[in-house]
Design a protein around this ligand. Sequence first.
Ligand SMILES: [Zn+2]
Length: 175
Amino acid sequence: MNKTDNASEVGKHKFEVAGLGLAPFRFVGMSENYITYPDGTGKAGGTCDYCGNGIRFECVVLSRDGKRFKVGSDCIAKVGDEGILRAYKNSPEVRAHKRKLAAAKDAKVSAELVALLAAKEAEYRALPHPYGFINRETGAPLSKWDYVQFSLKGCGASGRAAWLKTLKRQAAPAA
Ligand SMILES: [Zn+2]
């Protein structure tokens, strides 16, 4: 194999062309490398062996000839290797990371919702339930407040995000 011949590199794995080892490559796992300074700021602690960018999440890849290296998730996504990308997406670390991000986002949404709704409570308690529901025990008519509270209990993270969007839109001054 002529390594300097460009034609021979057509169709070759980009990691292989970059000298990271022989294809096929295998996704081994991901770990976080983040440096936190005493003042609370921080920066990515790793470097991508493929593009040289600083990376916070190091994806470890193993080549057929046993070379172990780390690349960023962007390069995992862009290198054009479906197998590696699938293994990355399905790995427990990446799934856990995604869950963590989603939970953090949901916590922020929930906090914003609570604040927005607190400002609306009196108004909503005075409005009728949009479907005219009544309290099954007392027969008293329910309010829009009851409706919102009930919806929020069972709607999940995506529902809460949608509620927040709706409420924010309503809170925006009319154009
Ligand atoms: Zn990279």
